[in-house]
Every structure is written in structure tokens, then in C-alpha cells.
Design a binder for this molecule. Sequence first.
Ligand SMILES: [Zn+2]
Length: 438
Amino acid sequence: MMTHEDTNSHKWIISNLLDCMGGKAPKTIITDQSAAMKKEIAETLPDTPHRHCIWHILDKLDARIGNKEEAGEDIRRVIYDSKIEAEFESQWDSTISHHSLQDNEWLTSMFEVRNSWVPVYLNEHFWVGMRSTQRSESINSFLDRYVNSKTTLRNFARCFNLAIARLRKRESDEDYECLCGQSRLISKFNPIEQQFSEVYTNNIFIKFQNEIKALIDSRFTYCERLGNTKVYTIDDGDKEFMVHFNCQDHTYTCECHLFETNGLVCRHALLVYKQENVAHVPAKYILDRWSKCFKRNYLNERVVAVSVRERRETHKNLPLLLYPVFQKLLDYAVLDEDTQQSVVDGLNGLLISISKSKDRRTESGQIGSVVTTESGSHTHHDYGNENEDNSIKDLVKRRKRGRNPVNRKKSILEVKHEQAKKKYTKKNKSSDLKSEKS
Ligand SMILES: [Zn+2]
């Protein structure tokens, strides 16, 4: 949605991103091969690993090598399957020579910048499982359903807010499903699966279960002990990977780097844990970001903020208490407008009452909001009296105005029906007038 993809625009985007994030730089960043973006990121986010979208690069591969099908397959295999940098480099050289592509300038230029897009060079960083800009593309396609090139600036703000509200509603529904039901286990005697099922959201747990399923094809072929470390070689039915397992603290490293890049414990490590009779993985392998109790506070960013672990302990029963109540209210609210208004009025009354009570306690020095600091320490601030501005009633009224942001073409049947309706109304009006005159 940028009008100009130049250095100044990128600078503006990055500085605003940092502002929104309280000055905290992203852990990693993925873009296409925009030279302006690359320069700006290197200058303003020097500590943030930056990779180029692998999909955009490989999409050009076939055309750039003269559509040689076999060569394309071999090059892709080298890119995706290499486990260490030296292996990639030697395999790349031999594949390029084998297909007589040494003089291909595009391949040479891509090899020169290999550390910005070839997976093996980027496996030490956390990419949430992404190698391409797929997430950005899917957000684009989602927003296309709400705005288009003819949307005015005023309408854009309204439609954008509506789109964001839909996303949050979907997330809220998924949170509810995660909290109210536990996923079905697929292994009878794997305590680690049980451990993750209690913590992770349904979507992430399904991904984790794919690793459990893959244990069927996996077996260890070799193991040697080096002090406190055991080195396992695991054959997962496709390739072999080495797992270094620390016998004292039960931590591991695996050549596949699934945990480092995606945040998931891999099938190779699971096999080692099974072999070593480890019933629970160390806490560092359970990421807060995948936890069903990890809730971002969209509504009031000034409130909240204890460490995640502390918050989980303090509020662990809160969602279970509140969700059934709100779900019931929603069920009633959708019945008719009067009931909806009663629910809204009732909730507003509750908000005002709680807020006033907090204000009174704040004035008497009994309570303040708590804001998280990096170190996990707490700082106290006053609550603002914002219940009037953020009333649910206002939001509901605002939503009711205007038509839905649908920009579709009407069908021929609809157009004909409307024309007939207009004609009928016009005819009736004129006959009424005639009868009135007579
Ligand atoms: Zn692995």
C-alpha cells in the first residue's frame, strides 16, 4: 500500500514500525529483493537478520536457465537439502558444472548473495517457519476483500478497522476453542505429547503432532558418547541427521534446525528423548508465543504487564470463567436488536462501575495499573478514566451506519428485479396522483 517504493518511503515505514513497537527491532525480517529496502534495513536495523524471499528467487529459476527441467530440479535439491554450508557450496559447484551452467550470470549473482536466501545460511535464526513473504501476500489478499484502488481515504480507515476487527474476532474464536477443548493425543505412551497438548494452541499442536507421526519412519543408526554429550545419528526415512544430546540438562541440537527456525521440537530429538526415557522436555523448548495462555492485550495497552509466567499463574482460571459468560451473552445478543442493546447497555454499565471503583481506589493510593518492563519488574501508573470514550455502545452504533464494504457487481437477475421494482413503484405513484386529482 505504498505509493513509492523508494528509500525515503522505506525509511518512513521502518521508523514508524519501530515507534509502534516501542523501539524494539524485529527479530528477523523477510522481503523481496528490493535494493532500496535492503540498504535501508542494513542501516536502520543493523542487528536484525534479513533474508530475501526464496519463492521470488526460485520463481525465476526455470526461465533464467533456459527451462532445463532436470537442472532446475537438481539445483532446488541442493538449495533445500544441504545441511551445512560446505555441503551446499560443493554440491552447487558440481551441479552447475554437470549442467554446464558456469557462464550463467544470474546463477553466479545468486550464489554471491547466497547467505541472504539459501536456508542453510539462515538456520540459526528464528523465522517462525517462513522462508518466503507468503504471510504478507496472504494479508494482501485478505485486505483486497475490503479495499481497492478506488477506496477513498475516509472509507479506507473504516474498512481497514473492519478488517482488523474480523481478524481479532477469528483469533478470539480460536482462543476460545483452544481453552475449552484439549487436542486428541495420537500416541498412547508419549508423555512429551501430553506435555505439549496442555500448553500449545491447537494449530501449533497439530504441527507438533506431525513430528510425532514421523517417528514411525525414524530410527537411530548410531550413537557415541563424548563426555556428557551423546551424539545420535537419526535416519528419518528420508535423510540422516545428527543430534547432540546433553545427558545432564536434556538440551539438544539437531542438524535440521527445526527448533531454531520454527520453534518446534523435531522428530529426531523426539526419538532421542524416547531412547533416553526423558518424560518432559526442558522449559526452553516450550515457547510462550505458541502457548494457549499467551494473550495479547489489544484493548488497553496501558494496563497489564507482568512477566508471561507470572501472568499465566495469576490469570490461569480467568478465561475459563469469562468465556462461558461472554459466549452466552453473544448468543442472546444475536437474537434481536433489543436484546443486543440490553447486553451492550448492561456491559457499559459494568465497565463504568468497575472503572469508577478503580478510580476511587487509585485516588486513595490503593491500586495502579502495572506495566511490564524488559526486566520483568513492575511500574505503577494511574488508570485513565476512559470508559466514556471507549463505550461499546458507540462502537455498535458506528458499525450500524452505512452499507457493508462490498464492491461486487450485481447479477443480471438482481438488476432486472430492481428495475422492475422501480417501474412498479413509479407506476403506482402516478396512478395514486391521478386518483387524488380526480
Ligand atoms: Zn532434527
